[in-house]
Design a protein around this ligand. Structure first.
Ligand SMILES: Nc1ncnc2c1ncn2[C@@H]1O[C@H](COP(=O)(O)OP(=O)(O)OP(=O)(O)O)[C@@H](O)[C@H]1O
Ligand SMILES: [Mg+2]
Length: 259
């Protein structure tokens, strides 16, 4: 579905992504792991059009999408979750979902004059959809709560919920588990698995929590120093000499992360 070929992203003389090549299979939940500073987030940002690559190519279903801006990728169904923006924190969770762009009719002047009924109908449908998403994510009780006042883990669920307001095909998740308690992390994991099975979403998941990766992801890709080191099941990755060395080389904290 996604093919990354010899991708480079340099910051000055520093090669954050240094010739990475990988493929993401449609329908997979692919894990992306690697020690701190491996270039995982930078790779995501380049694929998702947030950063232009220095060189290399990204294709989606054979179509060259290298360097396309996020909104164009969004329309192709490629989404990267972002933290709920500060200015949205005073809006309710339901409103945050209803704000996700999806080609509503309300935006043009013509429609404002001639389509009042249609706009009201769409708003009702949008609201129903947002409520359905909140239900799916087990946070229906938070519909009217301000997004700024829910817990960190609940925010992660809401961010995931934003991808459900449109017809996403592939979703990139960067450390959804960071700072989230175990119960909520399991809920997030369940939601990802259900979206994958029931709606056919493909996921690419960056995460340091190996239990989470092990439960969700096959295959797992390991990066270090801007390059792809290995790909396989988590057990294969954990047994890979180069992977172990890469984690060891960056200190005990990372070694423990590998388990
Ligand atoms: N805008 C930038 N300017 C300069 N250097 C950057 C920039 N963004 C990232 N880097 C550097 O690129 C390297 C890779 O960073 P990146 O955030 O992609 O790693 P990561 O694998 O996501 O790490 P972590 O697991 O800690 O999130 C790091 O050494 C980082 O300091
Ligand atoms: Mg990162």
């Amino acid at each position: 579905m996604i093919k990354v070929e010899n991708l480079h992203k340099h910051f000055g003389g520093f090669h954050a992504v240094d010739g990475a090549s990988l493929e993401i299979a449609e329908g997979s939940i692919t894990g992306l792991i690697g020690p701190n500073g491996a270039g995982k987030t930078t790779l995501f940002n380049v694929i998702a059009g947030v950063l232009p690559p220095t060189s290399g190519r990204v294709t989606m279903g054979g179509e060259d999408i290298t360097g396309l801006p996020p909104h164009e990728l969004f329309h192709k169904g490629l989404l990267r979750t972002f933290q709920i923006a500060h200015e949205f924190s005073s809006m309710s969770c339901r409103e945050n979902l209803m704000m996700v762009p999806g080609g509503q009719t309300g935006e043009t002047l013509w429609n404002t004059w001639f389509g009042r009924k249609r706009i009201a109908d769409e708003e009702r449908a949008l609201r129903a959809k947002a409520d359905e998403v909140l239900e799916f994510l087990t946070i229906a009780h938070l519909a009217d709560h301000r997004a700024g006042q829910i817990s960190g883990g609940q925010k992660k669920l809401l961010e995931l919920g934003r991808t459900m307001m449109v017809d996403a095909r592939i979703v990139f998740l960067d450390e959804v588990g960071a700072g989230v308690n175990r119960t909520l992390l399991n809920t997030i994991g369940d939601a990802i698995i259900r979206l994958n099975k029931e709606r056919g979403y493909t996921f690419v998941v960056i995460e340091h929590d190996m239990d989470f990766i092990g439960r969700l992801c096959d295959p797992v890709i390991c990066m270090a120093e801007g390059k792809v080191l290995a790909e396989g099941t988590l057990d294969e990755i954990k047994a890979n000499e180069q992977v172990i060395e890469a984690y060891l080389g960056t200190g005990l904290k990372n070694k423990e992360a590998l388990g």
